[in-house]
Design a protein around this ligand. Structure first.
Ligand code: SF4
Length: 210
């Protein structure tokens, strides 16, 4: 079985150079919510339509009802407008200053995010890693399926996280790059449909669908 570093190296060889979640810190926070249960294409369209209005001060000035039509393309717009407003209000508690959040212990910030509506572990970890540069490895459905297909029989996300962060540099950069490479791999060839021919994991993958 490959180590976490060996998996990373193969992903990097195939899908590098490394990439980062696009947008400034606030845009990353908001798009982490908007992308729930929709495609990234819809998020990109909404971000393009919002333009400079995708700022914490502008979003803070809107009512939920005003916000709804602006994010309609992302689906579930009523719920998402509430989540965006709650997340923005939370960020306002830090004067909309990324550095104010980043100075707090990561687990405290994580708990605060998880207490907000619409923010589960995956979204919280994405916001921590990509917006606030705190190393909290993102585990999502793509990653679970990819690991299972390779043959790793993990029962919990804690087990997956422990494996994927073992022996690799503990930094937001590394965790963010790694998650993005897994996304690239899963979207390219290891999603609901698999394209195994030519896959860089072909020699070790057990192709198990759990
Ligand atoms: S060999 Fe197939 S199932 Fe295994 S990681 Fe590659 S694409 Fe996925």
């Amino acid at each position: 079985m490959l180590t976490a570093q060996q998996i990373y190296n193969r992903l990097l060889d195939s899908y590098g150079p490394v990439q980062w979640w696009p947008g400034d810190e606030y845009a990353i926070m908001i798009t982490a919510i908007l992308v729930q249960n929709t495609s990234w294409n819809n998020v990109e369209k909404t971000v393009a339509e919002l333009g400079e209005r995708l700022s914490p001060k502008f979003m803070d000035s809107l009512s939920e009802e005003d916000l709804q039509p602006l994010i309609r393309s992302c689906g579930f717009y009523k719920a998402k407008s509430r989540y965006v407003k709650k997340l923005t209000a939370w960020f306002k508690g830090y004067d909309f200053e990324v550095v104010e959040v980043s100075q707090k212990p990561m687990l405290e910030v994580r708990d605060e995010l998880l207490a907000l509506p619409g923010i589960g572990a995956e979204t919280a970890d994405a916001i921590l890693t990509y917006a606030f540069r705190m190393p909290s490895f993102v585990l999502d459905a793509y990653t679970r399926r990819f690991m299972a297909r390779l043959g790793y029989d993990f029962k919990t996300d804690e087990e997956r996280r422990a494996f994927l962060t073992d022996g690799i540099e503990r930094s937001a950069n590394m965790y963010g790059w790694y998650h993005w490479l897994i996304l690239d791999h899963c979207k390219t060839r290891c999603g609901k449909r698999i394209k195994c021919e030519g896959c860089v994991f072909g020699d070790v993958c057990r192709k198990i669908d759990r």
